[in-house]
Each structure stands twice: as structure tokens, then as C-alpha cells.
Design a protein around this ligand. Structure first.
Ligand code: C2E
Ligand code: CA
Ligand code: CA
Length: 697
């Protein structure tokens, strides 16, 4: 084979080009270009000579990403490796590059030894691809496969063929968990299964492209495809019993003769992608809407830089409601894309796309900054803002710079860390637990509060919950959704909230839409709710108005009906007052104003169970009233702030335990009326209630 030995260096900085040339000129011929466009021209003229491209990302005229876009479209460049030169600030571009077909990375400034090594590797790899047989499985390589399929199709007459492409979901996990050897074993078993299946058909071309990607071209009939898929699945179950290996298989029924074989591959790939991440679906057929979706996705990807620069992304805020007071306590920041031509684009359309190719990392960081700017503005205006939570997507959770980025943000804007809460999605906790624990502990040390988001949406694990030191639990809205509500959802939700209480984790239930749901959540002791029932995600000005309105209703006396009840309570002969005394639970009503609490009214049960006669033992009397006062003061202060108050437990006297809940039942200006209820829990306490979080582990 003719050996290519020219390196194309694409960089706008002269010094760098000169340096690279010095390093490489003894081994290679070197061509140079100063931007993407020049590089494309250079390629067109020298494609058959160029062995490797070393590409800078940031360049004038046409940057590295744009270059990769154009480069990839030309199939004859498929086997030319591209090595990206990156500096650590654009690390998050890495995933994007891999998607764009980049082979490897080198860090700037260049280490000559490492660079030569990387180049050698890339050339080696591209030679292997040019080879006909794959070393691991002995199957055809991509190029050989394409050639064979081409000749097969050119000879066919009436027959219809199917182009099948499949891979293993999260194959990397197998390599990580069980080692590369085990990974190779899985690949080899697939190869031998393909060999077996091939004997059933007279025409059957198959190959392995790279990693875990395989392709087959076979006579099309639905049952043929099913036969192939079944055989593969049964075989994979046998190979590894512990790990549920799922494949994603896409099929393109070859109809259009004008298509090039790689384009057929692309169509089968589009189909395969549509079953990625879906547990129950392993097979999909290509249809034209997939191309439309891809174009839409491409649009969304192409627009992102401009959208960020032009601040088309906006922060919307959805209040979180403290269920004990029905007042808001902070909000969640949600992104909205206000596109100049297309109008509002819903996050459902672009977030999953950005998550897939890593761009979400950048969008997240943009949102965090906007939120910090907003908090700073509120603080400067003398407002006393409650915490705002931001979403942290998976790419960022595993970003080694994450802690640094947050630290920098709060330092730059002088924001107390506890004002910026971080929502980490549950599924991210399953991947690398050690790393995530380390990150969380650094964030905690800086003072950030962490919420586990979407709890219950994926493979929730109670174990994870007890090991992960999160501060709040956000429960996925699926438990409230109609079909699940009124049935199992309710029961599951109840036990989730109860379990969270065990772990001293306050919970926030999302997607609350009806008053029935609110009542239910209050009933099971959920601390916070978020949902359309209270407010949709609001524009910032709308949110500010929301807060003002809330303040005004408070000042007017927040619940008129409650005020009536309270007034009635002073009249000992009123029916409500009699009823109050009949209740079998001790209850006390307090007035709370500027840190001072005053007992207003108690019921009979309180007098008999809780009150201690001063004359019997003065010291004990003093001890009890001081303990109760201290306990309630703390609970009241938290409630006034808008924060929740955990149910408190205290030992009234030896082995007699009470759980105390506090609820604000009325408010006028700075005076609040609090209802304090005492539940005796001594029997629980003796069994398992006392198990602390630490013992539970
Ligand atoms: P999420 O974090 O679970 O956010 C809650 C979603 O539920 C939001 O959808 C919110 O508008 C919606 N929602 C709130 N209350 C109700 C309700 O009562 N009923 C119903 N049916 N829905 C309700 P949204 O804003 O469309 O966002 C969807 C997802 O996109 C979010 O789910 C989050 O995962 C992601 N997302 C949104 N903004 C950002 C962001 O700035 N960064 C990142 N990484 N992800 C974001
Ligand atoms: Ca969230
Ligand atoms: Ca959520």
C-alpha cells in the first residue's frame, strides 16, 4: 500500500505552526493552513497524501467545528485521522469533537514527545481500518464491508435488501466494569453468532466497524431481521448473565439505488439511535421523518452559539412552595429559548439534543451565571432573596472543573453559597459514585445545598439515597400524574416521603396541579411542592410581581377563614372552641412576633398531657418549659424565613417522646399565629424511630 506521510497543521498562530513544523519535519512532510477554509482547499488538492490532520479549534474565518462539519460530509476523507489541539478551558468541547469524528486530542502547549506518539497512533489506527479484517473479531472492516456490499447490490436483480446496523447500549460500561478482555469476549461472541446466522442465507455480508458497532446486509424480509436479532439477543444473554446487555438495532430497507453505501449506513444509524436508551426497544426501521428530526436537531445544534451570544436563552423561575405555610420559598431556574424567528422553543426539544452531544455543559454554565447576576441584583436592591436552584446536567457533574466553576461564580458575584442550590438528576448518581461523592463533598464544604432531582424517574435506588449526602429530595412528577395517581402512585409517594423523613431529608414534590394533590401532600407530611397549581415557570419580572403579591396577601392576613377560626377560639363557648377541647391530641396555639412567642390558647388534652404542675417540682417545671420554648423558637424562626420545619421530636420526660409539628395558621403584618400539635411517639421511639441516619447505613 502507498504510505501517506504528510501532516496537515491547521492553526492561526504562526508561532505554533513553526514550532510544530520543527517537531515533525524530520519524520513527515508538513502542510500548513491558517483556518478551516484553507484547510479544506489544501485537502481537496492533497487528500491522497495526507496522513493526519492536527487541528486547532479557535480560528478566524472558519473554526475547527465548522471545519469538522464540512470535512465529515466528504466520505473520501473518512480514513484521515484528525487530532484536536485543545487547551483545558475548552475541555467540554471534547465530547462535541468526538461526536464530530475527531480521533484524539493533544493539549496545548504541545509536548513534542506526546504529539509524535499520538500521531503515530492515529496513523496506525487508520491503517487498521484500511485493512480488510478486524483484528479482534476477524470480521470485515468497514471499508471491506462497504466494498463487498457495493458489489453485492450491483449484481442483485429483483431482490430487496436490508442494511442493518447495531451496537450495544453503554458498551463502555462493560469495559469499565468487567475489563477490556470481557468486552472483547462479548464482541467475539457476536462475531461467531453472525457467522452462524450467515449460514442460513445465501447472501449475507457482515462486518465490525469500530468498538461495538456491527453492520449486516441481508435479503430483506421482516422475519429475516427478527431471526437475526433474536439470535443475537439469546447469545448475549448467555455471554454475560450479570449484566443485561441491550442492543440497539436500526434497519434501512434499501429502496433508493442512488444512495451511496455509507449513506445507507447513516439511515440505519438514525433508526438505531431512535431506540437508544429505551429499555424495551431494540429494533427500529428507518423512515423519512428521522431525517427531518435530524435536520431539526442539526438546526438546534448549529444555533446554540449564536443563541448564547445574543442572550436568546432566558431564565424563568418556578416558585417552590412551603406546604406548612403555603408561601413560596425560593424557586427553580428553568431555561427558555426565545428564538428570534421561531419564537419560544420548549426545553423538551433542545435539552435532550444538547445533553446527547455535551453542549448542555455550556448552556448550564450560562444559566448559572444569569442566576448569579440576578441574585446579585436582588441583594443590591436590598431584597433578601431566598435560594434559587439551578439544574446541573450529567456532563457538568462529571466535569473536573465543576467545583472551581461554582466557586468562581459565587466569588465573582459575591453570592452566599446557600443561595444557589444545585439540582443533580438522580440517574447521574448511578454512574461513578465515588467521584460524585467527592464532588458533592467539595460543594458542601463551599456551602452549597444539593438536591437530588427527578427521584423516582429512573432506577431509583434507596441505597444510593442513604449513601449520598444530599440535602433535599425532589420527587419526580410521575407519581402525581393522573394515571398513576389514585392508586399505586399515591402509596409509593407516601413511602418515599416517609423514607426521606427517616433520612432527615426534606422533600419537594414536582408537578402539583390540583388542590387534591396539595391536600394529599400535606397529609403525608411533604415539606415542599412545585407545580402549576401554585405557579408556572415565570419570567423574572412576573416572578418579582408574584413575590410582591404574596407579601401583600400576607400583610392583609393571609387566610381570612383561618382568622375567623382563631377569633372563635377565644370564645370558650363557641362550637369550634368546644371541638378544639374535645380533640384527643394536645394542641397549643402561639402568637409569634419578632422572635417572641406567647402562648395564646391550649386544649384540654394539652393541659393534661403536656403541662406540668409548677408546685410539684419547680425545677422540672422550669426545665420543661425552657426546652419547649427553645424548640419552638427555632421552628418558628425557620418558618418565618419561609424555610420548612422538620417535625421535631423531644423527650418530655423519661421515655415519653413527642413529635411536634408546627403550622402557621394565620398572619397579619409581622405577627403570626402558629398551631403546635403534639403526637406521642414513645412506642415508635423504642422500636425503630430512633435509628439515626448513621445507624441505618
Ligand atoms: P425538571 O428539572 O424536572 O423541571 C421541571 C419541569 O416540570 C419543567 O419543565 C417545568 O416547567 C415542568 N413543570 C412544573 N410544574 C409542572 C406541573 O404542574 N405540571 C407539569 N406537567 N409540568 C410541570 P421544563 O421547563 O419544560 O423543563 C424540562 C426539563 O428540561 C427539566 O426538567 C430539566 O431537566 C430540563 N431543564 C430545564 N431548564 C434547564 C436548564 O437550565 N439546565 C438544564 N441542564 N436542564 C434544564
Ligand atoms: Ca430540575
Ligand atoms: Ca425534576
Amino acid at each position: 500500500m502507498y504510505i501517506k506521510n504528510t501532516i496537515l497543521i491547521v492553526d492561526d498562530e504562526e508561532i505554533i505552526k513553526r514550532m510544530l513544523k520543527d517537531v515533525l519535519k524530520d519524520t513527515f512532510a508538513v502542510l500548513e493552513a491558517s483556518n478551516g477554509q484553507e484547510a479544506l482547499d489544501m485537502l481537496a488538492a492533497n487528500a491522497d497524501k495526507i496522513a493526519v490532520i492536527v487541528l486547532d479549534l479557535m480560528m478566524p474565518v472558519m473554526d475547527g467545528f465548522q471545519f469538522m462539519d464540512a470535512f465529515r460530509k466528504n466520505r473520501s476523507y473518512d480514513n484521515i485521522p484528525v487530532i484536536i489541539a485543545t487547551s483545558d478551558e475548552d475541555w467540554h468541547a471534547e465530547q462535541k469533537c468526538l461526536e464530530a469524528g475527531v480521533w484524539d486530542f493533544v493539549m496545548k502547549p504541545y509536548d513534542p514527545v506526546l504529539l509524535r506518539f499520538r500521531i503515530k497512533n492515529a496513523i496506525e489506527k487508520s491503517r487498521m481500518i484500511m485493512a480488510e479484517m478486524d483484528a479482534v473479531t476477524g470480521l470485515y472492516t468497514k471499508f471491506k464491508f462497504y466494498r463487498t456490499v457495493r458489489s453485492l447490490l450491483s449484481k442483485r436483480k429483483e431482490e430487496t435488501f436490508a442494511f442493518v446496523r447495531f451496537d450495544i447500549d453503554r458498551f463502555k460500561m462493560i469495559n469499565n466494569f468487567y475489563g477490556v478482555k470481557e468486552g472483547d469476549k462479548v464482541l467475539q461472541s457476536i462475531a461467531s453468532e453472525l457467522r452462524k446466522v450467515s449460514t442460513v442465507f445465501d447472501k449475507f455480508v457482515y462486518g465490525r466497524f469500530e468498538n461495538d458497532i456491527f453492520a449486516v446486509c441481508m435479503p430483506y424480509k421482516e422475519e429475516n431481521v427478527d431471526l437475526l436479532l433474536n439470535a443475537l439477543q439469546i447469545n448475549l444473554k448467555r455471554v454475560n448473565k450479570d449484566y443485561n446487555i441491550k442492543i440497539s438495532c436500526g434497519v434501512y430497507i434499501i429502496g433508493d439505488d442512488s444512495l451511496d453505501v455509507p449513506e445507507m449506513y447513516d439511515r440505519a444509524l438514525l433508526a438505531a439511535k431512535s431506540c437508544k436508551g429505551k429499555f424495551t426497544q431494540s429494533l427500529a426501521y428507518y423512515d423519512d421523518s428521522m431525517i427531518e428530526n435530524m435536520r431539526q436537531e442539526q438546526f438546534i445544534i448549529n444555533e446554540v452559539n449564536r443563541a448564547i451570544d445574543e442572550e436568546q436563552f432566558e431564565v424563568y423561575l418556578q416558585p417552590k412552595i412551603n406546604l406548612a405555610t403555603d408561601r413560596s420559598y425560593g424557586a427553580e431556574a428553568l431555561v427558555r429559548w426565545n428564538h428570534p424567528e421561531r419564537g419560544m422553543i420548549s426545553p423538551g426539544e433542545f435539552i435532550p439534543v444538547y445533553e446527547r452531544n455535551g453542549i448542555i455543559g455550556r448552556l448550564d454554565q450560562y444559566m448559572w451565571r444569569r442566576v448569579c447576576i440576578l441574585l446579585r441584583k436582588w441583594i443590591d436592591e436590598g431584597k433578601n432573596p431566598n435560594p434559587i436552584s439551578v439544574n446541573v446536567s450529567r456532563v457538568n457533574i462529571y466535569n473536573p472543573q465543576l467545583v472551581k466553576i461554582f466557586k468562581k461564580l459565587i466569588t465573582e458575584y459575591q453570592i452566599p453559597a446557600e443561595l444557589l442550590n444545585l439540582e443533580l438528576t438522580e440517574s447521574a448518581f448511578m454512574e461513578d459514585q465515588d467521584l460524585i461523592m467527592q464532588t458533592m463533598s467539595s460543594l458542601h464544604n463551599l456551602g452549597f445545598k444539593i438536591m437530588m432531582d427527578d427521584f423516582g424517574s429512573g432506577y431509583s435506588s434507596l441505597n444510593v439515597l442513604k449513601d449520598m449526602e444530599v440535602d433535599y429530595l425532589k420527587v419526580d412528577m410521575k407519581f402525581l400524574q393522573n394515571k398513576e395517581f389514585n392508586g399505586k402512585g399515591e402509596k409509593v409517594l407516601t413511602s418515599i416521603i416517609r423514607m426521606a423523613k427517616w433520612l432527615h431529608l426534606p422533600s419537594i414534590v414536582e408537578g402539583v396541579e390540583t388542590v387534591e394533590q396539595v391536600d394529599f401532600l400535606k397529609c403525608i407530611g411533604c415539606e415542599y411542592a412545585q407545580g402549576y397549581y401554585y405557579a408556572k415557570p415565570l419570567r423574572i419580572d412576573e416572578y418579582e410581581e408574584f413575590l410582591i403579591r404574596e407579601e401583600e396577601t400576607d400583610a392583609r392576613g393571609n387566610a381570612d377563614e383561618n382568622t375567623i377560626i382563631i377569633n372563635e377560639l377565644w370564645n370558650t363557648r363557641s362550637s369550634i372552641s368546644k371541638f378544639f377541647d374535645l380533640l384527643e391530641t394536645p394542641i397549643a396555639i402561639y402568637e409569634y412576633r419578632k422572635g417572641k412567642l406567647e402562648l395564646l390558647r391550649t386544649n384540654i388534652r394539652y393541659e393534661t398531657d403536656i403541662v406540668f404542675d409548677e408546685k410539684v417540682d419547680e425545677q422540672e417545671y422550669y426545665r420543661r418549659s425552657e426546652t419547649e420554648k427553645a424548640l419552638l423558637s427555632e421552628a418558628f424562626t425557620r418558618i418565618v424565613r419561609g424555610d420548612f420545619s422538620e417535625a421535631l421530636e423531644y423527650e418530655l420526660t423519661e421515655n415519653v417522646w413527642y413529635r411536634v409539628t408546627v403550622k402557621m395558621i394565620g398572619k397579619r403584618a409581622d405577627t403570626m399565629i402558629m398551631m403546635v400539635t403534639f403526637y406521642e411517639v414513645s412506642s415508635y421511639k423504642q422500636k425503630d424511630w430512633h435509628r439515626s441516619r448513621a445507624e441505618w447505613k
